[in-house]
Ligand binder design. Sequence first.
Ligand SMILES: *[C@@H]1O[C@H](CO)[C@@H](O)[C@H](O)[C@H]1NC(C)=O
Ligand SMILES: *[C@@H]1O[C@H](CO)[C@@H](O)[C@H](O)[C@H]1NC(C)=O
Ligand SMILES: *[C@@H]1O[C@H](CO)[C@@H](O)[C@H](O)[C@H]1NC(C)=O
Ligand SMILES: *[C@@H]1O[C@H](CO)[C@@H](O)[C@H](O)[C@H]1NC(C)=O
Ligand SMILES: *[C@@H]1O[C@H](CO)[C@@H](O)[C@H](O)[C@H]1NC(C)=O
Ligand SMILES: *[C@@H]1O[C@H](CO)[C@@H](O)[C@H](O)[C@H]1NC(C)=O
Ligand SMILES: *[C@@H]1O[C@H](CO)[C@@H](O)[C@H](O)[C@H]1NC(C)=O
Length: 368
Amino acid sequence: MYQYQYIFVRGCFLISCLLLVWYVIIIAVSQPPSVWTFSNENVVTLAANFSSSTENVLQPKSREIMSSPLLDMFNVAHRTGCKLVVCSIGNLGNQIWEYMSLFVVWKKFINSGYIPYIDNNIWENLKVLFPNLTIRSRSDDLCNVEFKRVIPKNKSLSLYADWFTNSTDCQDIYLEKYSSRYEEIVADIDEIRKEMKLRKSLTERSRKDLHKFKVKFGLQDKNVTFVGMHYRGTDYDRHLQMNYQSYNVTHPNHRYYIKAMKKFKKKYKNIIFILISIDKAWLRQNEAFIKKEGYVIVNPYYDDRIRDLVLLSTCNHSIINYGTFGVTAALLNGGETYVYDLKLPLDYRGSTLAIGLAGLLKNWKKLS
Ligand SMILES: *[C@@H]1O[C@H](CO)[C@@H](O)[C@H](O)[C@H]1NC(C)=O
Ligand SMILES: *[C@@H]1O[C@H](CO)[C@@H](O)[C@H](O)[C@H]1NC(C)=O
Ligand SMILES: *[C@@H]1O[C@H](CO)[C@@H](O)[C@H](O)[C@H]1NC(C)=O
Ligand SMILES: *[C@@H]1O[C@H](CO)[C@@H](O)[C@H](O)[C@H]1NC(C)=O
Ligand SMILES: *[C@@H]1O[C@H](CO)[C@@H](O)[C@H](O)[C@H]1NC(C)=O
Ligand SMILES: *[C@@H]1O[C@H](CO)[C@@H](O)[C@H](O)[C@H]1NC(C)=O
Ligand SMILES: *[C@@H]1O[C@H](CO)[C@@H](O)[C@H](O)[C@H]1NC(C)=O
């Protein structure tokens, strides 16, 4: 009798343990990891005050700290705010522009109470580079739905103001894929620069590397000017041919880069040029010519896109052709920038982004 009782108690204990383990697994599996990192970093999250007031004001300064994943789950479930969303498409460069586009659109309609969200993919890629992003992702799948309200990338925001100001029905708003709203981004460039401050550990590592380059060329005692050069080739060349068939699209070779290098050499002494490109075939054809033109470092990191981007962003000036990657670095370093003139009309796609910016920023110039 005593023995049976003992077995019964042990059985109950085992079953309880199993139930506990099962519960923990269910909780863990049902939540993508972003939610956990979210709380681990104890991040400041935007939370709107949707109480009785008629106008749902989302104040960027009155943020609430959400301290537990459970609390976040409940908030996601019960949140009444409408969502303003951008979904990731394209490479790292595209995603940075998608983020910045969302940021400026949200800022423009900040009083509407819409809450901005990026998808997990953008969050995972951008958090590596930028430690202080305001906008976060959510644990639910934001993008696997039918988008009823989409703001086209090439249309003025004022056409969509109604969606924000007159939204008793609370419909989610999406930015069109490949949004790169450079006009609004340039108009808000100081805020953008604060938002897109690179992680200090990354910029410090780049600065150390820049110093190594100085030593390599015996310029360690000089005030060196670093010019970052980027050539976006590979699949992009085909992409350009297909998208702009009716135009005579040409790709720059060493002649364009050398022309721009000469302009910098006229203006500054002690320049080190840093050329980054993943297009190995183009490099084979052009690298030797470019190296004859001065102190040149080519691809120091073997295609590490994060280190490449940070290094180019730590340079003083830029020479780029097109594409969101080089454009991002040039925008972040804030220096003089030469842009290859594709001679295409602006169409608000990534390809004409560089040309568009050259028309707006006074230290950016087109060259061909
Ligand atoms: C939320 O709104 C209510 C009523 O308008 C106000 O009393 C309260 O202070 C607000 N809370 C925060 C955190 O802003
Ligand atoms: C809000 O939307 C409704 C329905 O689309 C429209 O009739 C109304 O005029 C709009 N109100 C404002 C202030 O724009
Ligand atoms: C991020 O924000 C924190 C706190 O405001 C600040 O100390 C830090 O310097 C910021 N990081 C960057 C890279 O701006
Ligand atoms: C280096 O040159 C830049 C640009 O001309 C100047 O702003 C900076 O003060 C100089 N730095 C030193 C240490 O001389
Ligand atoms: C160039 O940039 C480096 C690193 O960002 C900086 O330390 C240096 O002062 C800049 N040099 C000039 C000449 O502006
Ligand atoms: C396209 O441009 C190239 C180089 O500038 C030129 O040689 C060629 O004739 C042009 N073709 C057309 C169809 O305009
Ligand atoms: C805007 O985009 C649409 C669809 O992609 C296109 O048909 C239209 O020509 C574009 N307009 C401008 C001004 O670029």
